[in-house]
Design a protein around this ligand. Structure first.
Ligand SMILES: Cc1ncc(COP(=O)(O)O)c(C=O)c1O
Length: 480
């Protein structure tokens, strides 16, 4: 939520109080450089003991509520038939409107099952934008992901309020080109993760549904960031200004044939789910659940997490929860943007995204500017962020880099974890780094795995720029 001060300024306001805390430590810049070198200039390989603000992701690191902890303690442990699962299923029906639900151990496990069961080898999956694990699972089933967004979705600075929309005319062309029998399913992602957490509108979701109906295509909604998309619809879409997040979420969920989500984001637990009102689709997936995840009443999750998840599903539509990180991100993005720092606009869900190609125009894409910026920001601040650019794309079959559409350094804002003063600190260090950006050079891979290389790949700093950045920082700011 946000609140207007008597001065007229609007600030994000936390609709919760802190009753349990974890100590964090800002290690000196000398140690930060050493840690970055040991991590092979890959922020995934840092250890949390060296991290001040962990803004790598909003996944599995959100603060749970007191009632969620109570839900964990009350969980009914059973291999089969746990009452905790039935409480969860009731919450899903009440909040999302789905009669059938199964858990999976996280979002990508749901993606695995859906891609496997509905695979059309040699076919395609049109989507408003891919997510890394989604793409990997679809491709592993022999299908190709086709991204069909409006042209300005990749313009990092924009006033388009719904850059997550799918372009209906492009979808129609794809259906004509490939034929509907070659389309596995049509996938909509709520607040497209990789292009800046940008939402789609309800109008667009319905337009795409209409095309799916006309062509008997299955529509799948990835609702990992469902509530942020709903909150942004409430703020931005005509006709929704007086609806609640809960009403918008229900309406969004009534549109697709099949719904899945990572529970690690909106529900603040470690798990996932697939849900639907189409019994036939549900029955097609169900036999595979025990093969890959577990029995139908636990699906690879612990009953404790399911207990917390059933509370999380009910709480996630509270505007104080759905809007918590959205409002912090708005403040973060607008302040940086006013200071002339290249960030993705308009602000979306999930994170504040720096446009690394504009921040480091002297670093070519072949030298991974978004990865270099993530490493530099860690050295200058102790803040861990994530590369979402070419490092996050795997090589093509000839071993060549596939350049990402956009090179973003993602500064995630986990739900209910950080305060506005933490964000002010981040803003300050980003501004310092921007002034010294010429010191930051590119990166080169030293070793990399063949798939999802951003997780384990190791890189090195060209011309040893990390040392120069450390020295400049120390001279001006001291060690901290
Ligand atoms: C849009 C989207 N889909 C799927 C996933 C995968 O979920 P998980 O990390 O729980 O496997 C993510 C994770 O970040 C995501 O953002």
């Amino acid at each position: 939520m946000s609140i207007r001060l008597s001065s007229g300024e609007e600030i994000p306001i936390e609709m919760h109080k802190t009753r349990m805390v974890q100590k964090i430590r800002l290690v000196p810049v000398e140690e930060r450089l050493k840690a970055m070198e040991e991590a092979g200039y890959n922020t995934f390989l840092l250890k949390t003991k060296d991290i001040f603000l962990d803004m790598l992701t909003d996944s599995g690191v959100n603060a749970m509520s007191d009632n969620q902890f109570a839900g964990m303690m009350n969980a009914d442990d059973a291999y089969a038939g746990s009452m905790t699962f039935y409480e969860f299923a009731k919450a899903v029906e009440d909040v999302l409107g789905y009669k059938h639900v199964m858990n999976a151990h996280q979002g990508r496990a749901a993606e695995h099952l859906i891609a496997k069961v509905f695979a059309k080898p040699g076919g395609v999956v049109p989507t408003n934008y891919h997510f890394t694990t989604t793409k990997a699972h679809i491709e592993l089933q022999g299908m190709q992901v086709l991204e069909i967004y409006y042209d300005d979705a990749l313009k990092t600075e924009s006033t388009n309020q719904f850059k997550g929309n799918m372009d209906p005319s492009k979808l129609k062309n794809i259906i004509k080109k490939y034929g509907k029998d070659k389309i596995g399913f049509v996938r909509m992602e709520a607040t497209t993760n990789l292009i800046g957490g940008q939402p789609f509108s309800m109008k667009n979701l319905r337009e795409i549904r209409q095309i799916c109906n006309e062509n008997q295509l299955m529509m799948v909604l990835d609702g990992s960031l469902l509530c942020e998309n709903a909150y942004l619809i409430m703020q931005r879409e005509k006709g929704y200004e007086n609806k609640t997040v809960a009403e918008i979420v229900k309406e969004m969920c009534s549109v697709p044939d099949l719904y899945y989500m990572s529970g690690r984001k909106n529900t603040s637990v470690r798990g996932g789910m697939i849900a639907t009102n189409n019994e036939k689709l549900f029955e097609q997936i169900k036999p595979w659940l025990p093969v890959y995840e577990g029995f139908i009443t636990y699906g690879g999750m612990s009953m404790r997490e399911i207990g917390a998840m059933s509370v999380g599903v009910r709480e996630m539509v509270d505007p104080g929860v759905a809007g918590c990180s959205v409002e912090q991100i708005k403040y973060f993005v607008n302040t940086l943007s006013k200071a002339g720092i290249p960030v993705v606009t308009p602000p979306g869900g999930l994170a504040c995204h720096l446009d690394a190609m504009k921040f480091l125009p002297h670093v070519p894409q072949s030298q991974y500017p978004a990865g270099a910026l993530a490493a530099a920001l860690y050295i200058a601040s102790g803040i861990r962020t994530m590369e979402r650019g070419t490092v996050s794309m795997d090589r093509d079959k000839d071993g060549k880099d596939v350049f990402a559409d956009v090179e973003l350094t993602r500064i995630a804002v986990p739900r209910r974890v950080y305060t506005v003063s933490h964000i002010d600190y981040a803003i300050d260090r980003i501004q310092w780094l921007y002034k010294h950006r010429s010191l930051v050079k590119g990166l080169k891979f030293v070793s990399e795995p063949p798939v999802l290389r951003f997780f384990f790949g190791r890189l090195t700093a060209l011309d040893n720029w990390g040392t120069n950045l450390r020295d400049a920082y120390k001279k001006e700011m001291g060690s901290a």
